[in-house]
Design a protein around this ligand. Structure first.
Ligand SMILES: NC(=O)c1ccc[n+]([C@@H]2O[C@H](COP(=O)([O-])OP(=O)(O)OC[C@H]3O[C@@H](n4cnc5c(N)ncnc54)[C@H](O)[C@@H]3O)[C@@H](O)[C@H]2O)c1
Length: 309
């Protein structure tokens, strides 16, 4: 029998996941719950509990501030959960989701798709040879005008829980656990951070909510011993590893978006984990750690001092 999957929230990101899951013969999408009746179509359910009853595994794809509660309800009902980022928008809620997921026997995965993006997988391989000692990270948005809810903290939980939280996860994924953050906030939603890692490595991270749509919005630069690795969006990796080595460019623009952005592998590995082959690749602990970093950044920016993790 196919794995029955339901969705809480059927907007943009749910359509990305359903496109991947419909190609997976092991899966049947059985139900959607969305309070907007125009969204869910013929598989619509009257409420969240009816969607749970029709599912073995559940995608939480509602707006940010709803994730923690919906995810915990799904885990409590014995369901496997794929929770879109952010896992929660407060430290307290993130800890509760983590404890709930840890106590359960079911799979819990967080939607940090960038871990599976070609560019970031390649960076991880290259960084092993580069022995990185420093990095510079940029992740900007053009505006918080479209869609309008991106400027509403009641929906997002705050700007850092929107796109920048991807980079809090990515810095851990590439460089290991963070020891401290020293952040400053210019206007609301403009942050500069000095991040120190437990390894002794350090990085700067700048993120601005309304820098205009200037390409690349997202860039990682890594500096090692006679080595530099640089990304542009999830399209290019440029690198030179070795003093006399040539500078190389890898171009992923022609890769299908669901693969290039990492969504397809994230969905496949969630289904693999639910069906017993492999563990969830992005765990509730990863979700908690990313929320801890966002909270530490807010705290450091408000108090204008370094915060230790
Ligand atoms: N991993 C990524 O790169 C990525 C990309 C985009 C969005 N996201 C995340 O996915 C989530 C959804 O974003 P989106 O762009 O699809 O937004 P969206 O507005 O397109 O869709 C959200 C849907 O949730 C529904 N909804 C509202 N309240 C609900 C409730 N109580 N229960 C169930 N559904 C409810 C809305 O009616 C809407 O249809 C956000 O948390 C966002 O951060 C992740």
């Amino acid at each position: 029998m196919a794995l029955r999957i339901g969705f809480a929230g059927y907007g943009y990101i749910a359509s990305v996941h359903t496109t991947n899951l419909k190609r997976d013969a092991r899966v049947e999408i059985t139900s959607f719950f969305d309070p907007d009746p125009s969204r869910a179509g013929s598989l619509a359910t009257a409420d969240f509990d009816e969607m749970l009853a029709k599912s073995d595994a559940v995608y939480i794809t509602a707006p940010n501030t709803l994730h923690a509660e919906l995810a915990m309800r799904a885990v409590a009902a014995g369901k496997h959960v794929f929770c879109e980022k952010p896992m929660a928008t407060t430290l307290e809620a993130a800890q509760k989701v983590f404890e709930t997921a840890r106590a359960a026997k079911t799979v819990f995965q967080v939607g940090f798709n960038r871990r599976f993006a070609n560019v970031y997988q390649r960076v991880r391989e290259l960084a092993q040879a580069a022995a990185p000692h420093a990095a510079h990270i940029k992740m900007n948005r053009g505006e918080l005008l479209k869609p309008v809810w991106t400027a509403d903290e009641k929906v997002t939980g705050g700007f850092l829980y929107e796109t920048p939280i991807h980079m809090f996860d990515m810095m851990r994924h590439q460089f290991g656990e963070v020891a401290s953050i020293d952040a400053r906030m210019g206007r609301p939603n403009d942050f500069s951070m000095l991040v120190e890692f437990q390894s002794g490595m350090h990085a700067t991270f700048v993120t601005s909510a309304d820098a205009s749509w200037f390409f690349p919005y997202e860039r990682l630069e890594i500096f090692g011993e006679y080595a530099t690795i640089e990304t542009q969006e999830m399209d290019f990796v440029r690198y030179r590893v070795g003093l006399d080595a040539p500078t190389r460019t890898e171009d992923y623009r022609d890769v299908a978006p669901e693969i290039k952005l990492g969504f397809a592998e994230g969905d496949r590995r969630f289904v693999d984990a639910v069906l017993g082959s492999g563990a969830a690749p992005v765990t509730a602990l990863d979700g908690l750690r990313s929320v801890e970093l966002a909270c530490a950044c807010y705290q450091s920016a408000v108090e204008k001092r370094r915060v230790r993790l």
